[in-house]
Design a binder for this molecule. Structure first.
Ligand code: ATP
Length: 247
């Protein structure tokens, strides 16, 4: 479909087209489109921009990634479809391992998402082999890579569901989430939830990683001072403000 660049929602429309094409290619699950729509609605409430509290959370997440011994970034179909290049660049910058981990998992889909990321330049991907289990999840979704999530101390989970976020936290991992819904179970279970749209949040975390690389004292201070609960409260406040302004 031809979309005019003058259209006020050009970016959103182009993204929708791409996501829908990726459903056809088996990278994005059809229900992933519904999750994307929920994300778009919350972004509306943020005025489609990174607000100061989200930027602070991104900086705290960057500090955790740099302090980690075995940082892992998980990637599902939506995250790959929306932000493959950004996630690959962030993983290189930290450096962290990338692990493909899907909600709707079949060996074919795992292979498709892995190939999609590899075509975008990912190397050394984890996820094809899932030889470990997370406690506390009854389904197949407990599976993960022993070399990745299994041994990770810090896990960045873009667009993860609440059960897995809680199971990762219960397994003693430091959970960093990117989720634009400040009410989601994922955002609440995380040590740091970056409440921002994925394609803004990922390069922003990467920028903070670069800035904090040679500042270990600042990193530790950021980690100590960050309160996820307070940050989520500020994010809910920012959304309420947009609603009031538009009235
Ligand atoms: P919970 O975490 O409460 O269990 P859920 O599992 O129902 O929520 P999903 O349907 O799995 O949530 O959707 C994943 C989350 O990702 C949603 O909260 C949605 O708001 C968020 N989301 C979707 N698209 C984006 C995006 N582009 N950027 C950031 N967050 C997004």
């Amino acid at each position: 479909m031809e979309i005019s660049k003058d259209h006020p929602r050009y970016r959103s429309l182009v993204t929708r087209e791409r996501m829908s094409e990726l459903v056809g290619k088996g990278v994005v699950a059809s229900t992933g489109l519904i999750a994307h729509g929920r994300g778009e609605a919350f972004d509306y409430l943020l005025g489609e921009r990174t607000v100061p509290a989200a930027d602070e959370a991104a900086r705290a997440a960057a500090a955790h990634l740099l302090e980690a011994r075995h940082p892992v970034i998980t990637v599902n179909g939506n995250a790959a479809g929306l932000c493959a290049d950004g996630l690959i660049a962030l993983a290189r910058e930290v450096p962290a391992r990338l692990e493909v981990n899907l909600f709707h998992r079949t060996p074919e889909r795992i292979e498709r998402v892995c190939r999609y990321l590899e075509e975008a330049g990912a190397t050394d991907l984890l996820g094809r082999e899932q030889d470990a289990w997370l406690e506390g999840i009854a389904s197949d979704r407990a599976r993960c890579s022993a070399e990745g999530i299994g041994r990770a101390d810090v896990v960045l989970i873009p667009l993860e569901d609440g059960d897995r976020a809680a199971a990762l936290a219960a397994a003693g991992k430091t959970v960093l989430a990117i989720d634009i819904n400040p009410l989601s179970r994922t955002a609440i279970a995380a040590k740091v939830a970056v409440v921002d749209e994925l394609t803004r949040a990922v390069p922003n975390i990467e920028r903070h990683v670069r800035e904090l690389r040679d500042r270990p004292d600042e990193r530790r201070r950021l980690i100590e001072e960050f309160s996820n609960e307070r940050n989520l409260e500020r994010m809910r406040g920012a959304m309420c403000e947009t609603l009031h302004q538009k009235g």
